[in-house]
Design a protein around this ligand. Structure first.
Ligand code: FAD
Length: 453
């Protein structure tokens, strides 16, 4: 078949990889000048490795992406450090996964080979040592986490909100200290409405070991794109699909600036809202369902600075009530060695926001002015003379919001228009969206799109 794919993010590239292997003729249209979508990186002239526009890592449990990486023959590019993740409480950073027995443990060979079980134990001990809440509350956090981790059934959990379930199970103080900041950070005004199955999936699927690619995620994306091309796939960058039209003979016409090619089948990996806007022939009720799928946008400011800022923390979750101008502070070079970036310390200050928030329109310099006092609260010595360069990235479709009974709202991969399919982050569930699930849904879509009718 002659197959068109809209979008060369991880979903589109993976689908193209499988469809070209099946022997189909595949053309990918990508609006941007690069492949990789949300996971794509960029490179400053001083760096050897590229850096993701939005902070990225995978988990040791991310089976689908790890399988694909092995198939591509690039498994040796993937490595799994255990960086320190922390929570800010009353202005102080509390690591939640660092071994308690002392920093010397990390320097022993043993520290490098800690199994996931030992990593989890380290996290449990950290939670028990989290002094800002009473010991009994810490114990309830541990017991709640253990219950979720070993509970195999998420379906009953999607009928309640995470806010209600967690504050009941762990108690209000523990919930407010540990989990409410995380929910609020991701979902802003919707955080009380997100269902508990989504939270369950985070506990079940995540590991303290975080995987990264030598050369950055872009190295993996480039290898995947090269393989698609080697198998005959055609990737057309800076080709924005402006319209999607079914034809009388059951094919799909894509409308681009200078051409309107016809395909036997089309897979759209853009956002549901974009699909609706570009496809006027979609039935009204279905189009309204696409519009009802809520999502948050994301804004990050990346700073290249001359020296480390935090005391070894990779990721600091910052509760809204701490009054910072951003909700995540990610010191990438406490995860990946700064020698790959010409000695720069790389920081992300990020937030998930509703499209329309003023941060989306602000110039990088204006956002920097807004953020500097926050960085100085994390390290009072931080001075603007440390800043070498600043970049700002934003995306309006960055994080789907799974409400109660979300499974009943997810559209299938087939759209009501014959031969038009869609696969995107809003259909990933109960797992949190991520590159692993983009691979999974890309492969699932390829099986369907490539199957004989
Ligand atoms: C802030 C942030 C942090 C994240 N952190 C992680 C992480 O740590 N680990 C992880 O695994 N995942 C992470 N993710 C999620 C991960 O990036 C996504 O789940 C994954 O990349 C989605 O891939 P996709 O191909 O489905 O979508 P996208 O990456 O959005 O790709 C869709 C592509 O379609 C193109 N497109 C859209 N419309 C058109 C059109 N009309 N014509 C042509 N092209 C079009 C877009 O330009 C884009 O390239 C993060 C995402 C964000 C925003």
């Amino acid at each position: 078949m002659n197959i068109g794919i809209i979008g060369a993010g991880v979903t589109g590239l993976t689908a193209a990889y499988d469809l070209t292997r099946q022997g189909h003729r595949v053309t990918l249209y990508e609006a941007r000048p690069y492949v990789g979508g949300l996971a794509a990186g960029f490179k400053d002239e001083a760096w050897d490795w590229s850096l993701e526009r939005f902070y990225h890592h995978i988990f040791a449990s991310d089976r689908d992406i790890i399988t694909l990486v092995k198939e591509l023959g690039i498994a040796d590019m993937l490595f799994f450090p255990s960086p320190v993740t922390s929570i800010l409480k009353d202005g102080k950073c509390y690591p939640i996964n660092k071994p308690l027995v002392g920093p010397w443990l990390e320097r022993l060979p043993l520290g490098k080979t800690l199994s996931n079980g030992a990593d989890l134990l380290a996290t449990a001990l950290r939670v028990l040592a989290f002094r800002p809440i009473p010991f009994l509350a810490r114990l309830r956090v541990g017991l709640t986490t253990a219950y979720l981790r070993y509970n195999p059934r998420w379906q009953p959990l999607e009928r309640v909100t995470a806010d209600a379930w967690l504050s009941r199970a762990a108690g209000a103080r523990a919930y407010e200290a540990f989990w409410q900041p995380l929910l609020e950070g991701k979902f802003g005004p919707y955080y009380r409405e997100v269902n508990m199955a989504w939270f369950w999936a985070r506990i079940v699927a995540r590991t303290p070991k975080l995987g990264y690619f030598e050369g950055g995620f872009q190295a993996f994306l480039d290898a995947l794109a090269a393989q698609v091309r080697a198998q005959g796939g055609d990737i057309r960058l800076e080709h924005h699909v402006r319209g999607i039209q079914p034809t009388a003979d059951g094919r799909i016409r894509l409308e681009l600036r200078d051409e309107a090619p016809l395909y036997d089948r089309v897979l759209a990996t853009c956002s549901p809202a974009m699909l609706k806007e570009r496809t006027p022939a979609l039935p009204a009720a279905y189009a309204a369902g696409l519009e009802d799928l809520l999502s948050m946008g994301a804004v990050v400011l990346i700073l290249a600075v001359t020296q480390p800022v935090s005391a070894g923390h990779y990721w600091i979750n910052i509760p809204k009530r701490e009054g910072f101008p951003f909700l995540a502070f990610v010191e990438h070079t406490h995860y990946i060695d700064r020698r790959h970036y010409g000695g720069d310390t790389l920081l992300y200050c990020g937030d998930y926001l509703e499209p329309g928030h003023p941060y989306f329109e602000m110039e990088p310099e204006a956002l920097l002015e807004r953020f500097i006092p926050g960085i100085q609260r994390l390290n009072p010595a931080f001075d603007r003379s440390w800043i070498r360069k600043v970049w700002k990235f934003s995306e309006s479709y960055a994080q789907p919001v799974p409400l109660v009974n979300h499974s009943q709202r997810i559209p299938p991969l087939e759209t009501p228009l014959p031969n038009l399919y869609m696969a995107n982050m809003s259909q990933v569930y109960p797992w949190d969206r991520g590159t692993n699930y983009a691979v999974e849904i890309g492969r699932r879509a390829a099986r369907l799109v490539g199957a004989a009718s």
